[in-house]
Design a protein around this ligand. Structure first.
Ligand SMILES: C=C(O[C@@H]1C=C(C(=O)O)C=C[C@H]1O)C(=O)O
Length: 98
């Protein structure tokens, strides 16, 4: 069997480069989500399920256009948004005491 190590190393280098971009984008997204916290009335408003549905529908369409699997992208987004909701809930409690 051919030596697969160089190919795997190349893939991992490319993944590392993308992760640097993704983390930068996630930091910007987290900052925006944090700014939304004081604008919400209560915990239900923090969760905003109708907005989550809107975001998921939009990224599924973007995934399709980009040649990615919409189901995979939805799973990633639902996990990410839940983490942001947890963070926003802590921030909402901090600023409103609710
Ligand atoms: C940032 C918001 O708050 C929450 C986080 C969302 C997100 O990460 O996209 C979407 C809706 C809310 O669950 C918002 O209401 O827009």
């Amino acid at each position: 069997m051919a030596d697969t190590e160089p190919a795997l190393a190349g893939i991992r280098t490319a993944i590392d480069e993308l992760d640097a971009e993704i983390v930068g984008l996630l930091a910007r997204r987290a900052d925006l989500v944090r700014q939304a916290a004081p604008l919400k009335s209560d915990r239900q408003a923090v969760r905003a399920p109708e907005r989550v549905a809107q975001v998921v529908a939009r990224v599924r369409a973007l995934a399709g256009a980009a040649g990615a699997d919409p189901d995979l992208i939805e799973r990633i987004y639902r996990g990410m948004i839940q983490a942001f909701i947890d963070m926003e809930t802590v921030e909402h409690h901090r600023v409103s005491g609710d």
